[in-house]
Design a protein around this ligand. Structure first.
Ligand code: SF4
Length: 206
């Protein structure tokens, strides 16, 4: 029997990607914490984003997620849910248009005090933790899943640490993010963007 582990990992990554199906009026939480133009490009040029499917960083992150989720399951059994999906409809200001915000939490732990979100992040370095866009993401999850609070956990080569995120975003702030036209949202984003090869807004660091 020939065992091809690389092909197996590739298929797993493909499956991971297929969970984020694009629909015209649906915004994933991840869209709201990064350059929103990437969402448009993913709809228009889906093939360009596929190269991210097999980057070692993506695979590494995905393995850490699976590992920690299995550990949580082992410890908390049916008190913990992993890969939990939820959605909420919001109205955009100044129009009758409604959009759906969808998100998938890494894990939700049911406690006597209420539900607690767990968001797992990997990073090459432990500088400047926690990152603003990760805190924003978790604040949106607190809103979307009606969580008491969330733990943002970082697994890095130099530090394994967690942050409590108590705040939750407001409906109006979510709508503002859907309408945001700052491209990119963060100056460093273009360096890692698959669409930088065609984007007129690309920012090049000096
Ligand atoms: S290149 Fe920069 S501005 Fe253009 S889509 Fe990518 S992140 Fe956004």
């Amino acid at each position: 029997m020939t065992v091809d582990l690389i092909k197996l990992i590739y298929e797993l990554s493909k499956k991971e990607l297929s969970k984020h199906v694009r629909e015209a009026n649906v915004y994933w939480v991840s869209d709201l914490v990064r350059c929103l133009l990437k969402r448009d490009y993913e709809i228009k040029y889906p093939e360009l984003g596929l190269r991210e499917l097999f980057t070692p960083a993506f695979i590494y992150g995905s393995m850490i997620h699976r590992g920690l989720q299995s550990i949580l399951k082992e410890i908390f059994a049916d008190k913990v849910m992993v890969e939990v999906e939820s959605s909420k409809e919001i109205k955009l200001p100044g129009s009758s248009e409604k959009v759906v915000i969808k998100g998938r939490a890494d894990a939700i732990l049911v406690t006597d005090e209420g539900n607690l979100g767990i968001e797992i992040k990997t990073s090459r370095s432990d500088m400047n933790l926690p990152h603003d866009h990760h805190v924003d993401q978790v604040m949106i999850y607190n809103w979307l899943f009606n969580l008491k609070y969330s733990l943002l956990i970082y697994i890095t080569p130099d530090r394994v640490t967690q942050y409590e995120v108590l705040d939750r975003i407001l409906d109006s702030e979510v709508a503002d993010r859907v309408l945001d036209t700052r491209y990119p949202r963060y100056p460093w984003e273009c360096n890692y963007c698959a669409y930088s090869v065609l984007c007129p807004y690309k920012k090049t660091p000096r």
